[in-house]
Design a protein around this ligand. Structure first.
Ligand SMILES: [Fe+2]
Ligand SMILES: [Fe+2]
Length: 267
């Protein structure tokens, strides 16, 4: 069962625009994500709320509801981070509004089935991405602001935890693999276009860090594993529950259960 947690993050103005001065990859990913994620998380929640009456099984409805609560919390803290980014560079407000409008337009012009297929494509992709971020956490997060590092790792631990949730809703309500595949093409195009709008706008505001030459490089095999993992989500045989849980994620869950402060997580 998906666990609803009550974590609280504070993002003070002392946090730099690029949270990790030693990693370009992590800085670009996190800043772009905070500008885009709240809009699609809201879009996913609306899709599930629309679809809820069509989920027959009460336990499945409860799990879908827990998914929505987790996503709502992710969106809340991404918006807090977004506000910090916008205080530093008010020019990004227009970009943030464009992203939000883009999802509002999708919601108006496309069906609930489309939104569920879109959301499933993204959510399935978050599982291999979560594994990649966790396995490379030292390179990507150790030199970054610890509040943002803990926040992003919390987000992706929960993405891993609810890796099956959106897929289950899609299977229960739409269940059409061919349709999901067709929508996946549009999903990738849409998200890529938003990334192509957001990233240069952020770079224009402030030069992103260059990778510290002393940092170990992420092994090529892990980049390949991420690409293959993303590709595998498009297979008709894909099962998001399959595969081992990364050790660090298991330890994160245990520490959380034991009452540790997960807003200041140890890598
Ligand atoms: Fe999320
Ligand atoms: Fe998610």
């Amino acid at each position: 069962m998906i666990k609803v947690r009550k974590l609280h993050f504070e993002f003070g103005d002392d946090i730099p625009f690029w949270f990790n001065p030693k990693s370009r990859e992590a800085s670009l990913l996190v800043t772009s994500m905070s500008l885009i994620a709240p809009a699609f998380e809201r879009y996913f929640i609306k899709a599930i709320r629309d679809a809820m009456p069509r989920i027959r099984d009460a336990a499945a409805r409860d799990e879908a509801n827990r998914f929505c609560i987790q996503e709502g919390q992710h969106a809340k803290f991404h918006i807090d981070h977004q506000e910090l980014l916008l205080r530093k560079h008010p020019a990004l407000e227009a970009v943030r509004d464009e992203v939000n409008r883009s999802y509002d337009d999708l919601q108006r012009s496309e069906s609930t089935a489309f939104a569920l297929a879109y959301a499933t494509t993204i959510e399935l992709g978050f599982k291999p991405l979560a594994r990649y971020l966790v396995e490379n956490r030292h390179v990507l997060f150790a030199d970054g602001d610890p509040r943002i590092a803990s926040f992003i790792l919390w987000h992706f631990v929960e993405e891993f935890e609810h890796r099956h949730a959106m897929f289950d809703v899609y299977q229960a309500v739409v269940g059409d693999y061919g349709y999901r595949l067709r929508v996946a093409r549009r999903t990738f195009a849409h998200v890529s276009a938003l990334g192509a709008r957001v990233q240069p706008a952020c770079i224009a505001c402030e030069e992103p860090p260059v990778d510290d030459p002393a940092l170990p490089r992420i092994p090529r095999r892990r980049k390949v594993a991420l690409a293959l993992g993303l590709l595998e989500t498009l297979s008709p045989f894909h099962d998001p529950r399959r595969g081992a849980v990364p050790q660090w994620i298991t330890e994160w869950f245990a520490a959380d259960e034991a009452g540790a402060d997960m807003t200041a997580v140890a890598l």
